[in-house]
Design a protein around this ligand. Structure first.
Ligand SMILES: Nc1ncnc2c1ncn2[C@@H]1O[C@H](COP(=O)(O)OP(=O)(O)OP(=O)(O)O)[C@@H](O)[C@H]1O
Ligand SMILES: [Mg+2]
Length: 404
């Protein structure tokens, strides 16, 4: 019989991190709490844009700060992930659904929300609430104007406030990439914020949007005045201390110890990217045999995480895009120069054939477009954007896999 002796892995490569394993981001959290949460708890509506590249930790910050705001400031959290949403009607449906779900974690809140939104509830069981989507979709168009959405949220707050102290609503619209290019969305957000500010009794609403910088720019492009409503909070790559704290905390939670060398290896290759951190940590967790991560295990974990990143990203988006045989050969030659994150154009040129040399500039442009490389500070210097991609390309060249 096959039995599992390992407990639950404390690593979550594809999901926002659970509250108990969240690390760092002190500056951003402080800012959101003092300028956002605290103000809304006092009755002043605030709108925040949490911005950062893919996988950097935006959703995790949003979830964590919602949890804090609920506990310490009595803001009711509503979290809507709207990645697949393109229209205002779909947006209204997503907010409606998120509002129904927002009551499900607390029996006292559920009494009120469940009653208020009963027609959208299919059933409630051990796994939480199931939604009556037919009813929800039918009504969504009633909430797609800024005014009706505000009234709906106000009514939710009023219901919750009966006999409980709730100071406001904290609505997160996460993954706005789908809807950001729709001009209606920029107008909707701006108008919702203005309508609320101008009303005699504004709804204490913390509205938080999460997305890459480009989505915010798109919204501004569609409707310039949107620029003024956001307090922008940037999520940057993590520093070494944050990464090490994370590994220690995560491994400790499952009684695995790590000394400073393997810790250094894992954070070095994570290079500030929390997603990579979780991939490496997860590999190390499964490789571990005896409750202590060794240097060898850390390095193997890095290699297998690099393989995973490589298969998903480099194989699919880089190798496939580089059709010419010469391009692949140039990449292999760069790869084999070692594991440095940067190289000089002239150093690589020396080892190229005549026909590769002719294509080298085009190759570099392509790699910049694919976001594998960027220009360095010195003239003719090129820098890899990701350590894992660099590592994978190197591994791949060593294996000398023939490429078509
Ligand atoms: N502060 C943190 N502490 C620990 N792990 C984190 C932290 N922030 C993010 N992570 C982890 O990093 C990965 C990416 O985080 P998250 O999903 O929050 O990023 P994101 O910016 O929302 O990504 P996307 O662009 O895909 O929406 C996840 O595996 C998550 O668990
Ligand atoms: Mg996210």
């Amino acid at each position: 019989m096959i039995t599992s002796t390992k407990g639950k892995s404390p690593f979550y490569p594809g999901q926002p991190v659970p509250v108990e394993l969240f690390v760092g981001r002190t500056e951003q959290l402080n800012r959101i709490i003092t300028r956002g949460v605290g103000q809304v708890a006092e009755g002043k509506p605030i709108t925040i844009y949490v911005q950062g590249e893919y996988g950097i930790g935006k959703s995790s910050v949003a979830k964590f700060v919602q949890w804090m705001a609920d506990r310490n400031y009595n803001l009711h959290p509503i979290y809507a992930s709207i990645g697949g949403v393109g229209s205002l009607e779909d947006l209204a449906a997503a907010v409606l659904e998120a509002t129904v779900r927002s009551g499900a974690f607390d029996p006292k809140k559920w009494e009120k929300i469940g009653e208020f939104l009963a027609k959208y509830v299919g059933s409630i069981d051990l796994y939480g609430v199931s939604i009556n989507f037919d009813a929800l979709k039918k009504d969504a168009s009633n909430f797609k104007t800024p005014f009706s959405m505000l009234s709906f949220l106000s009514e939710t707050l009023n219901r919750l406030r009966k006999d409980t102290e709730i100071n406001g609503v904290f609505l997160v619209l996460d993954e706005i990439n789908g809807v950001a290019s729709n001009p209606d969305f920029a107008f909707f957000v701006k108008s919702m914020v203005d309508t609320n500010a101008m009303s005699t009794e504004p709804l204490p609403l913390l509205l938080m949007l999460c997305g890459v910088e480009n989505c915010r720019r798109e919204m501004i492009h569609n409707h310039q005045p949107v620029e003024r409503i956001f307090d922008v909070v940037d999520i940057e790559p993590m520093c070494k201390e944050e990464m090490e704290e994370f590994f220690l905390k995560a491994f400790k939670s499952v009684n695995i110890s790590v000394t400073s060398k393997p810790l250094g290896i894992m954070s070095y290759y994570s290079a500030g990217f929390p997603k990579i951190m979780h991939l490496i940590g997860d590999s190390a967790f499964w490789l571990d045999q005896d409750g202590e991560i060794t240097e060898g295990e850390a390095m193997n974990a890095v290699l297998s995480a690099a393989d995973e990143v490589g298969k998903k990203y480099v194989d699919q988006q880089v190798f496939k895009a580089l059709r010419s045989k010469d391009y692949h050969s140039i990449l292999r030659k760069i790869a084999k120069t070692g594991l440095d994150m940067s190289f000089l154009r002239q150093d690589v040129t020396k080892g190229l054939t005549e026909s590769e040399r002719k294509k080298f500039d085009n190759f570099l442009q392509r790699m910049k477009k694919l976001k594998v490389l960027r220009s360095g500070d010195i003239k003719g210097e090129y820098v890899f954007n990701s350590r894992m991609v660099r590592l994978y390309i190197w591994l791949d060249a060593l294996r000398k896999r023939p490429r078509r």
